[in-house]
Design a protein around this ligand. Structure first.
Ligand SMILES: [Zn+2]
Length: 343
């Protein structure tokens, strides 16, 4: 009996000293295992007889039970305490400054492009995608551009194998649109896209730039209609007070051809450095579709007429945002782009 008491006390003493769950489990393994001190005591039972055996067995059970119970209790408490400490360590402090993600910005080219497209779509225009890689025919010949015209020169145009070119103007879409209609029915489309010319890049020139081509073909389409359309565009793009004027010009694919100026938003038309003192800023070229262009693409010019215009996306972006160098639009400088937030 003394031996039982001693074993229990020794076990309790060791449990007392154990503080971590790992230490408590060690005590448990040592005392309650198959080869532990209690197991050894059970073996002694065989040497005893009858009543003695029963009393001794009961005492071992009770002692072992007491130690086991206290072990489990302390183990649970230790495990729970350790879990809390772990959670506390892992707790996320939401008041700490985080690593901020850098927000992307839309290039002003696309902000303006979206705006231009929206304006014309609201006026009932359909959007057709042209091809960046065009044929010489669609880019030049079917637009009534004579074979000796300087714009065809390899020093101005990027030629590709098999009669291909990187389109020099979105007008290249005109022939495709008219031919797709088979020479019949009204056309009212815009075709936005990139164009490419062998220009030396500088403040105002880039070898790639964006245009939005407009083409309207129907019976009895007039220049007055073109002027009305471009007036709406100019007011929506540059402000309600803007006016436009036509200046006579020349393009092979339109007759008559006009350069379109918008009254300077900076000075209201009085004259400033932005408009070079004239009060007007050139924004696009336009005109009535040349009869040859209609004819070559299947439309009868004695029945149909039309107008076309080409808006420079970069030009509009430069005017709207006061961008001082066209190359900035293509440089992907994050500091530059961060100035353009989408509304
Ligand atoms: Zn001005």
């Amino acid at each position: 009996m003394e031996e039982i008491e001693k074993t229990l006390l020794a076990g309790l003493e060791e449990l007392e000293k154990a503080s971590s769950s790992r230490e408590i489990i060690e005590v448990k393994n040592r005392y309650l295992a198959k080869k532990g001190p209690f197991a050894a005591l059970y073996k002694e039972l065989g040497k005893l007889s009858g009543n003695e055996k029963a009393a001794f067995g009961k005492a071992i059970n009770e002692a072992r039970g007491e130690l086991s119970e206290k072990l489990e209790k302390k183990l649970l408490a230790a495990l729970s305490k350790e879990e809390n400490e772990r959670l506390l360590k892992e707790k996320i402090d939401i008041s700490l400054p985080g690593t901020s993600l850098e927000e992307g910005h839309t290039n002003p080219f696309y902000l303006i492009l979206d705006e231009i497209v929206d304006i014309f779509v609201s006026m009932g225009y359909d959007v057709v995608e042209g091809e960046d890689v065009e044929t010489v025919d669609y880019n030049f010949t079917l637009l009534n551009i004579p074979s000796e015209h300087p714009s065809r020169d390899p020093s101005d145009t990027f030629y590709l194998p098999k009669d291909g070119v990187l389109r020099t103007q979105t007008s290249a879409a005109q022939g495709r649109v008219m031919q797709a209609k088979g020479g019949k029915g009204a056309i009212k489309v815009i075709s936005p896209g990139k164009c490419y010319r062998r220009d030396e890049d500088d403040l105002t020139h880039s070898h790639q730039f964006g245009q939005v081509e407009g083409l309207v073909v129907d019976k009895g389409v007039s220049l007055a209609e073109l002027k009305g359309t471009l007036e709406i565009f100019a007011k929506k793009m540059f402000g309600e007070k803007r006016e436009i004027r036509f200046r006579s010009s020349y393009f092979p694919f339109t007759e008559p051809s006009v350069e379109v100026d918008v009254s300077c938003a900076n000075c209201g038309g009085k004259g400033c450095s932005m408009c070079k003192g004239t009060g007007w800023i050139e924004i696009l070229g336009a005109g009535e579709v040349h009869p040859n262009v209609l004819r070559m693409n299947g439309y009868d010019p004695s029945v149909y007429s039309g107008f076309a215009f080409g808006v420079g996306i970069d030009r509009v972006a430069i005017l709207r945002y006061g961008i001082d160098d066209i190359r900035r639009i293509y440089a992907n400088d994050k500091r530059f782009l961060s100035a353009f937030k989408e509304e």
